[in-house]
Design a protein around this ligand. Structure first.
Ligand code: SF4
Length: 234
């Protein structure tokens, strides 16, 4: 498959777009991203949180064959798999691709010891999320993600458009300015599928090894560690 040509976006152009979109709505930002990057655009989806579902709905309405990728770490809740199946159908996602780690659960245990997430979650996330994310974005020029500034202190300065050095793409966070309330209003108004665990006390859903209910936001992830990001967005 041919590699999509990277649009010529200088650092100055990216900064100007980022400033311009501060007052734009998420659907307007998504429309610009689809128009600008075309087949070079890729959407990262977790089928865990609410924001990603809203993003999928906005993008798929304009470009049903958009490349959507999900990182299946082997430790996803069954409810997350079920949300993926329902969304594929309801949102007509024609190009949903699943990326798995290079090491199986057993191979990782043999090489790094069992329950790596309890001893070195950064390495576990690197092996099971960051490396597959890199493969998912190979040949792509832009990555749409569902980060919001109100999700955590660490995300308070999330840009809307930026250059992502780690993965070599333009990163777009159309919902950066939206609140949790606005996100849910959009989901309910458009009858978008979402992970049923969000109705059961979970507010941020990742691997079942590292997710606990009853804690607001990303504080429910990696309990016991000074960690609230997996390394994809840092
Ligand atoms: S969230 Fe936990 S189980 Fe999942 S990849 Fe990261 S450390 Fe491993």
């Amino acid at each position: 498959m041919a590699t999509p040509a990277a649009p010529a976006l200088s650092p100055e152009a990216i900064a100007a777009l980022d400033a311009r979109f501060e007052s734009a709505s998420p659907p307007e930002i998504v429309a610009w991203a689809v128009e600008t990057f075309g087949d070079g655009l890729s959407v990262g989806a977790s089928f865990g949180g609410a924001s990603g579902m809203a993003i999928l709905h906005m993008v798929a309405a304009l470009k049903p064959n958009v490349h959507v990728f999900v990182l299946d770490t082997d430790y996803l809740f069954e409810e997350t798999h079920e949300t993926m199946r329902r969304s594929r159908e309801a949102l007509h996602l024609a190009n949903l691709q699943v990326y798995k780690p290079l090491l199986s659960h057993e191979e990782q245990a043999a090489r790094h010891g069992s329950a790596l997430w309890m001893r070195d979650p950064d390495l576990c996330c690197e092996l099971r999320k960051v490396e597959p994310n890199r493969r998912a974005l190979e040949g792509k020029t832009a990555w749409v993600s569902g980060l919001r500034r109100d999700q955590s202190e660490g995300r308070a300065d999330t840009p809307i458009v930026s250059w992502n050095q780690k993965f070599g793409v333009v990163k777009i966070n159309p919902l950066a300015n939206w609140t949790e309330k606005e996100t849910w209003a959009y989901i309910l108004e458009n009858k978008i599928p979402y992970n049923p665990l969000l109705d059961q006390g979970y507010t941020s859903i990742g691997c079942y090894n590292c997710t606990v209910p009853g804690v607001q936001g990303r504080a429910g992830r990696w309990s016991g560690f000074e960690k609230d990001e997996c390394g994809l967005h840092t």
